[in-house]
Design a binder for this molecule. Sequence first.
Ligand code: ADP
Ligand code: ASP
Ligand code: MG
Length: 458
Amino acid sequence: MQAGDPAGMYTRLLWPALGLTFCAGLYRLKWRVWESQVRITMARLVMKFGGTSVADLDRIRNVARHVKREVDAGNDVAVVVSAMAGRTDELVRWCREAAMLHDAREYDAVVASGEQVTAGLLALVLEGLGVNARSWQGWQLPILTDDAHASARILDINGAELIKRFKEHRQVAVIAGFQGIHQATGRLTTLGRGGSDTSAVAIAAAIKADRCDIYTDVDGVYTSDPRVVPKARRLDKIAFEEMLEFASLGAKVMQVRSVELGMVHNVRIFVRSSFEKPEDIDPRAQPKGTLICDEADIVEQQVVTGIAFSKDEAQISIRRVQDKPGVAAAIFGPLADDNINVDMIVQNVSADGATTDLTFTVPAADYERARNTIAKAKAAIGYDRLDGATDVAKVSVIGIGMRSHAGVAAMAFKALSERNINIRAITTSEIKFSVLIDAAYTELAVRTLHSLYGLDKA
Ligand code: ADP
Ligand code: ASP
Ligand code: MG
């Protein structure tokens, strides 16, 4: 073969070229196998960000970096966002100003708009960071609900479309929380205040997420509201049942329905802070936060887990009501018909055998309505006078351990009396008890009970 012979040159180049192609093919194959193995071990996550976490563009950029952190770790991510802090309050106010007795369907059309803005903005910022993302509104997914406008329940969510997009495009879904659609009427619905938590848990159930992370302005669930009790401790874990009580007794860190859904569908809910810098989070370390889990997963069960309180209560007392069969039905029947939830009920033992006093609580927002309902039913009930108070608060002590411990409530009554705090009403159940007191003593009562049950941090 002579030098400069083109055929010889091709032969000389052919073997190395074939070798290189073979190596590249092998490398690509290895990469695919590695990638598929890693993707099997990677997670599908829902990340929910509340109002303070998306309060302005800077905070939305911070949220986007949290999302990118999870995407870069190889996870499939659906994000659920609330409206910017204060926005829903403003929209609600506008509805009231526009028409005091507004149509709930139009109220929903107005208040659902806050989440639409944040979903779009977050998708924009994510795209800017090079993350493939798109926004979804409730009706687009769709998130189907019933037609109980302003407090609708989720009936069904199309999770398959999101999963398809994870698989085909690794696309992050940015979903507007709090909103859905009623299929038959095609009207927008909202899920009640704090409803983005419920959107997030429902989506987690629909896409069979490995975890639903609730990012908020505190780094977990505490033994009591850390803004009121500086000595409150963060709980590593809390049982679904306890969280349900916490939420329904005033701790607004999670909406009640979201906890119910999590319990039914066994969603791993993890409450954590969005204020932690994404760059400071070590992806290999256990993140700081609270896992809401089954009771069986909690090793060290305390007797009392925490103290909740609510100032959204009102008390109504019916004086000198007839002490005869059928009176309770005459009072609580019309209240139920008017969709007013009655919570604590106390009936005094009749002194004269003919009349008695009956006290109960309703949500503060329903106070005037409840008084009207009772006044309208006066002839059927038969009573002397109607008294009421809105400056009351309900303080509740919660703990699964109370099931097997007697005397837990008695300790509280003694401690409160030593502080001169008068108890207006009491209710108890298996894992909690509540006392109704003057609102002015709320903080004192909560802190007193927090110390009493050994919940203060060292
Ligand atoms: P988001 O806007 O993220 O949905 P929320 O304001 O609805 O946040 O809920 C978080 C707030 O819940 C906290 O700022 C805290 O004051 C309050 N909170 C009440 N009780 C508790 C508790 N036991 N643990 C943690 N936070 C609590
Ligand atoms: N933006 C709604 C509200 O303020 C829903 C939510 O934040 O979860 O109630
Ligand atoms: Mg909330």
